[in-house]
Design a protein around this ligand. Sequence first.
Ligand code: PLP
Length: 422
Amino acid sequence: MKHNLTESYPIVKNRYEALRARNMRLDISRGKPGPDQLNLVNPMLSILTEDDYLSGSGIDCRNYGGVDGLPEMRQIFAEILDVSASDVIIGGNSSLNLMFDRISDFCTHGVCGGIPWHEQGAVKFICPTPGYDRHFNICQYFHIQMIPIEMTQTGPDMDAAETLAESDPMIKGMWCVPVYSNPTGCVYSDETVKRIARLKPKAPDFRLFWDNAYTVHNFAENRPVIPNILKECTQNGNADMPLVFASFSKISFPGAGVSAIAASENNRKHILSQIGIQTVGPDKLNQLRHIRFFKNADGVMEHMKKAAEIIKPKFDAVLTAMEEELTGLSEWSKPKGGYFIHFRAEENCAKRIVDLCGQAGLIITEAGAVYPYKRDPKDRDLRIAPTYAQVDELKSAMEIFCAAVKLSYVEKMESINIATKN
Ligand code: PLP
């Protein structure tokens, strides 16, 4: 997009310098819940009393065991993910950890008893971009080649995904964040989900990493409902293709939530045999705290409404500032849930904007982070994470952000003018 900024360089520069002189210090680089949101969950810290350690099903949560999780916790995840409790295995506090472990196990031990990925040659993954940097970090860590495809408003570019997955046996996986994708906030359309479920990957050991991190993180009137990937895949002869991940990190506490994986019986059998070697059992007392606090999936939905009352004004503060200052100059997402706003700057300006924000004390996600290998070919995509800061802080932060965007644009214009004069 070509900008139509009418303010001159000195005006834009002076404003930026005035804002820089305020010596602000704020970090909105990561999608962390704010203390106000975490406070909603504080009663959970003391919810278990001395004699409350038996689950409803009679399991002593203090002891070893229960590798697949408490039945009540599996039931809560089952309702959230629209699957059966028997489809669910409970993990520790981090779903990213579960994703890492799956990939690690596939690399060294193969998928469901198949040939280890690392013995097959150069493994590749399809990476819809802009995407989640920590997914890309996992791939990089395991030397998995990342193939970027475009993330559209309705999900990944499915023509590209089909062509790649169906032609190359070394393409072993694809990252998907189907609801309120990180960072674009898009929700996959029904058609996209169905096309994904119909994929006929060339690799028999292809797995879909279906990271449903934001399925209940809604601040619109209604929570988006998309087709159930496990059912859709099963109907298309792909029952073993999807691995569905979710967690309570942004429902309860990011440092002390509960994660889960839902998958076919065949997948679960292999996952459990690996987990059974890795651990003698997860933290069931923490699962019990979650069960006592939320009670059931309805309790989770009610809680998320309270969280939305805190989160929505933060998104509104950022979006209003962008609308007032940057309309006609740039484009950005207007999500109805999730944790991020995706900002598309002019080409070759993203790094400079991050740098200018940083000099003025505002830390935003590193430019390039939403691309594999941190390589944004057009240096234009940025991610804003409004949830950690308070609304007033965000208003000040956005003054800096908008001033930085404008300054980067006029600097670019100036350098083009100088280059053409020379
Ligand atoms: N998946 C996505 C898409 C995320 O955005 C995040 C955190 O920002 C995570 C996973 C991390 O999940 P967890 O805290 O359960 O490891």
